[in-house]
Design a protein around this ligand. Structure first.
Ligand code: S3P
Length: 171
């Protein structure tokens, strides 16, 4: 079984995936953004600046395809991975998909001081988050499970996921 985390930038996917990995012995940890950076050997900001978002999305889909050929992974994804139906379908067919939901004001608070996200550079971050969430929400909601992360610690969210899966944590 694979476990996938989807949701907006700032929803806590990477942090919660790491906690899940610590709690679940039999799973490995995979982060699609990290795999893209590893493969392309430059930052996500640089990929967007030099080659554009369309190029990034092509690589993102290829990486996701490769990742989902394997099993027993906790997969943290990039926030925009669900925009392509083919990615979302692949995720749903090959993993249990958790949407980490949060209100736009909370997402804003979590990402406002980070400048490693090209879609949030040089824009009104609050507006951008609102718009992206509005565009993507119906896709995110197709996940097998939705977990509300507002006012919860990553640890609490990870424990909720483990409970939903009926798994035993090692601590
Ligand atoms: C993106 C989210 C980022 C990264 C890229 C695009 C998006 O990942 O994939 O900057 O479209 O929402 P995080 O959700 O991990 O920040």
């Amino acid at each position: 079984m694979n476990i996938s985390l989807i949701g907006m930038m700032g929803s806590g996917k990477s942090t919660i995936a790491k906690i899940l990995r610590e709690k679940l012995d039999d799973f490995s940890l995979v982060d699609t953004d990290s795999l893209i950076v590893e493969q392309e050997k430059v930052s996500i900001n640089r990929i967007f600046a030099d080659k554009g978002e369309d190029y990034f999305r092509i690589i993102e889909s290829q990486i996701l395809n490769d990742v989902l050929k394997k099993d027993n992974q906790i997969i943290s994804t990039g926030g925009g991975i669900v925009v392509k139906d083919s990615n979302l379908n692949l995720l749903k067919d090959n993993s249990i998909v958790f949407f980490l939901s949060a209100d736009d004001s909370i997402l804003f608070d979590r990402v406002k001081n980070n400048n490693e996200r090209p879609l949030l550079n040089d824009v009104d971050i609050k507006e951008r988050i609102k718009n992206l969430l509005c565009l993507r929400l119906s896709q995110y909601e197709k996940a097998h499970y939705t977990i509300d992360t507002n006012y919860k610690t990553p640890e609490t969210v990870a424990n909720e996921i483990i409970r939903k899966l009926g798994l035993d944590a090692n601590h």
